[in-house]
Design a protein around this ligand. Structure first.
Ligand code: ZN
Length: 241
């Protein structure tokens, strides 16, 4: 069920049977000339819509944190980059508030690569607070299976663009881009290195993206995500107290 639709009385009632909250975390950033700035919010939202149909009676779907951290893509038009120093404690505070409201399990559903280091810190701190935490970074967690459907992963690449097209074909136009690859040693950073890596704001074979493959990706990943959530629920641990 969607948190935003509940009254506080319904919220209180719901907590009698629900102790898991799903918090989507996205980003507003350039995804090349062909794909919408909201891509990293649109994709988690679509997963939430589908998950709500299956496990909506067991999970509270919280509204997303729409702004994240993106050092590499900050030089591009449309990127709203929140520093990691500000973003990390902010997301932690959101999680902590859900814990104070009675939730013991949280799913951090991430849509954006630049958020990963911050969310690793958040997950540890929420676990220290007494929560069970599942972090999902769909494009890395399920990468092997994604490659069976779309061969050209990357930022705004074939996989992401296909997932956006499957939501609404007006949100992306793969006909205006091609296949852009550049090899850069990820261990080396220099001023504005994102501008060199992402020349037009994307990476990968975006021109190959289709709504049809996007739909296949959703259906494939839904099974894997549901299995991960089942595993979260089944984890038993020894209390430190
Ligand atoms: Zn993205």
């Amino acid at each position: 069920m969607y948190m935003m639709n509940l009254t506080s009385l319904q919220f209180k009632e719901m907590k009698k049977t629900v102790d898991t909250v799903l918090l989507p975390i996205g980003m507003m950033e350039t995804h090349g000339p062909h794909c919408s700035i909201g891509t990293d919010v649109w994709i988690p939202r679509e997963f939430v819509r589908r998950l709500d149909q299956v496990i909506g009676d067991r999970v509270l779907m919280a509204p997303e944190v729409a702004y994240g951290h993106s050092w590499a893509l900050a030089p591009f038009e449309g990127t709203i980059d929140i520093s990691a120093e500000a973003f990390t404690p902010y997301v932690y505070e959101v999680g902590k508030e859900f814990h104070r409201n009675g939730f013991d399990q949280i799913i951090l559903f991430n849509g954006h690569g630049g958020n990963i280091p911050s969310l690793a810190v958040v997950a540890e701190k929420l676990a220290d607070l007494g929560m069970k935490v599942l972090t999902i970074n769909w494009w890395t967690d399920y990468r092997e299976q994604i490659l069976d459907i779309t061969k050209g992963p990357g930022h705004g690449g074939e996989d992401e663009t296909s997932l956006v097209l499957a939501i609404d074909e007006s949100l992306a136009d793969p006909t205006i881009v091609g296949d852009y690859q550049i090899k850069m040693n990820p261990k080396i950073k220099f001023p504005n290195s994102g501008k060199t890596l992402y020349k037009d704001g994307y990476l990968g074979n975006a021109g190959n993206a289709t709504a049809e493959n996007g739909e296949k990706l959703y259906q494939m990943m839904m099974k894997l995500i549901l299995a991960d959530i089942e595993e979260l629920w089944s984890v038993a641990y020894e209390s430190i107290n």
